[in-house]
Design a protein around this ligand. Sequence first.
Ligand code: THU
Length: 160
Amino acid sequence: MKKVNIETTLYVYDNLKELPKDVVLLMEQAIEAREKAYAPYSQFHVGTALLLDNNEVITGSNQENASYPSGLCAERTAIYYAGAKYPNAKIVRMAITAGSKLKTTSEPIPPCGACRQAIAEYEIKQNTPIEIYFMGETGKIGKSNSLANLLPLVFDKSSL
Ligand code: THU
């Protein structure tokens, strides 16, 4: 038996002013998308904006359903749409923001496990890292230089 330690690296920015201007613009588009979320059941609104290497920006928000598991997270709404509309474009970066209508969300909110798995598929497909910036409604912003840092021990096609 041997012990395996896995290390990962994240960056934390204190506020939006610390981010590069183009990232702030992308986060503002994610905020706009968050405001369009359809989340009557959880009251938890998530928005995301993806920058593609063809300079297009794709946004998405979570879409809930009375049959709860039929709903979809913001990140997957956006990434699947990007894949459907621009199948050959690479995703350069992704901005995510989440806020609850029931309390203040001031901590960075990372994508859920299912979304990490979905993003991993595209990162592996395009063979270049996807930068991921994530925040609540206010406060600090987390950044990962690639999805791989958020999902060590990924399950991918090499296992099939
Ligand atoms: N949600 C997202 O949109 N992204 C995540 O990464 C976490 C969760 C949504 C799903 C559901 O509509 C609501 O937030 C509460 O889980």
